[in-house]
Design a protein around this ligand. Structure first.
Ligand code: CA
Length: 233
């Protein structure tokens, strides 16, 4: 069970998301304006905050900015379609992710799961991360973060820097479905304004060099969400 705060002035949306989150076993608190939202986020320790940008009293960006001075609670911003500047401002102010309204509830739930698991990963480094060896091994593939070497069945792969970085991010976050936006942010940087289908292109390149060549299915596509590498086939 996670404690989630929804800050959203459109009560219909807030209530709908609340019901879905409760249905998944979470504890939900709502706030309908920025100031109340900020107060609640400061007072209580939430596992996640869903924060609308266009809010009365205080904007979502301002709420986030003030929250970040004190706390690193994961925040997913809710933005209007095509509000690119809002997304950039939100990420600059320290948002962990954003989702564009109107959104499919399944996508939001998937993003929330990623944000919550991501937090666990950050909090407790895996044995591979904590150890002296910088090699991450999943199934047939081993990736060495220091030597930038990727081996499959003992054979070395020739990857570009971006391909390597994308593979590394997916392997570090194994079993977590990563959205295209998230991958874009992690692989290309927050300020990268390209299309998210760039990620699809990189995945295709990696599959040509890895999956196709070695006859394995390493990167799994999760329709409507993104990609994942699972440690079991
Ligand atoms: Ca709003």
């Amino acid at each position: 069970m996670s404690k989630i705060l929804i800050v959203e002035d459109e009560e219909k949306i807030a209530r709908f998301v609340e019901l879905e989150l409760k249905h998944e076993g979470n504890q939900v608190t709502k706030a309908f304006d920025g100031r109340t939202g900020l107060d609640k986020a400061m007072e209580e320790d939430f596992d996640l905050v869903l924060l609308d940008i266009m809010l009365p009293e205080l904007s979502g960006i301002e709420v986030l900015r003030r929250l970040r001075q004190k706390k690193d609670t994961p925040v997913i911003m809710l933005t209007a379609r095509d509000a690119v500047m809002d997304k950039v401002a939100g990420l600059d102010a320290g948002a962990d992710d954003y989702i564009t309204k109107p959104f499919a509830i399944e996508e939001l739930l998937a993003r929330i799961r990623v944000a919550l698991k991501k937090r666990v990963v950050t909090a407790a480094p895996s044995a591979e991360e904590a150890g002296t060896s910088k090699a991450i091994v999943i199934r047939e593939v081993s990736l060495n973060e220091e030597s930038h070497e990727v081996l499959c069945k003992g054979e070395r792969l020739e990857l570009t820097n971006r391909e390597f970085e994308l593979l590394r991010v997916l392997m570090v976050n194994k079993n977590i479905v990563m959205s295209r936006d998230k991958l874009m942010n992690l692989v290309c940087g927050y300020d990268y304004m390209g299309e998210t289908n760039v990620i699809d292109v990189y995945v295709r390149y990696i599959r040509t060099k890895l999956d196709d060549k070695f006859g394995i299915k390493f990167i799994t596509t999760v329709r409507g969400v993104g990609y994942v590498i699972r440690d079991e086939k």
